[in-house]
Design a protein around this ligand. Sequence first.
Ligand SMILES: C[S@@+](CC[C@H](N)C(=O)[O-])C[C@H]1O[C@@H](n2cnc3c(N)ncnc32)[C@H](O)[C@@H]1O
Length: 378
Amino acid sequence: MTEVREKSPLTVVGIGADGWSGLSAQAREAVLRADVVVGAPRQLAYLPAGVKAEPWPSPLLPALDDFLAGRSGVCVLASGDPLLSGIGTTLIQRGHDVEVLPALSSVTLARARLGWSAEETEVVTVVGRAIGRVNRALAPGRKILVLGANAEDLLDLLKARRYEKSRVTALSDLGGPEERIGPGTLTVFAIDADGPALPLTGLPDDAFEHDGQLTKRDLRASALARLAPSPGELLWDVGAGAGSVGIEWSRVHPLNRAIALERSPERVARITRNAHALGVPELDVVIGAAPDALEGLTRPHAIFIGGGLTVPGVLDACLATGARIVAHGVTLESEQALARAYTEHGGELIRVGVEQAAPLGGFTGWTPARAVTQWSMP
Ligand SMILES: C[S@@+](CC[C@H](N)C(=O)[O-])C[C@H]1O[C@@H](n2cnc3c(N)ncnc32)[C@H](O)[C@@H]1O
């Protein structure tokens, strides 16, 4: 059973654009009984006279823990739902014991204005993050709420993905006296998406910018099936080439993380572009050569080895992590390494040859791709 948070020395009260008048009796009491109330000056301005208020230090994050150290009876103001891209999340992540009293979030209010249900709406926050995250959510007919974006960047992004026909609504200062349709101080963008479909995984090869060093779709699908991503897991994509495996892994779920290791600077730049265009700009792209560059990386749940298999120490370094492994080889040397791994460690060894129908004279014939040997270890 999950432990439910109860009363704690630190209370986080969500406050909406309707200010003090919108707070529940419980939230008002938390504010009034606090020794000190901290928040952004805009939020503190809502408080009645007599409340001891202190603005956050600026910049906040580096000073946050010291600011709170040793204090008790602190009430923190947050906007709307403190656990939606808010200070509540930050405090919990930093180990503070908090009691959260939420107000209606901008997301809830935006959905109410639009008549969009929670179930059908995808929320993408780009607060302190790259706008490229929106790309992952784009699909025909999808309803998307974007937090923290600016209008120009968002419209440029939709155009670049051929989603310019989407209906975009800006909802500003939701819940307050200044609420309106159109850009404002605090704006949520609602996208009724209209553009070309792109699957989350099994992407066509031409969805990636590449120089030929790409794990092609059928082999990529086979590798991902065995890498078996679960939400929140971390992948190392070793010898990442164009980044396709790490990118698809990351697209499976917004909590998935991947580190793409690639020794070629030109390809590193390409992986970064692909990650942005395909909606996973947080892909961690590391330049360097395995095995040395693997040292110190966060321990992964799964590893794909698309390059560097014959370099001494690479396979051993990957095996030492205890992660699930999928490795591809196309040369006799890499095949030998995979056969050895299979003999020593078991797992599954397969050889995949893909042939595609293509014009042949006036007829149609099979065009074979180079066969790939795949070793996987669950
Ligand atoms: C066949 S490509 C991988 C394709 C990739 N899975 C994709 O779909 O885009 C192999 C890559 O491994 C890189 N590579 C080879 N040895 C490496 C090593 N020891 N460390 C890092 N990268 C390496 C090469 O530069 C090349 O880009």
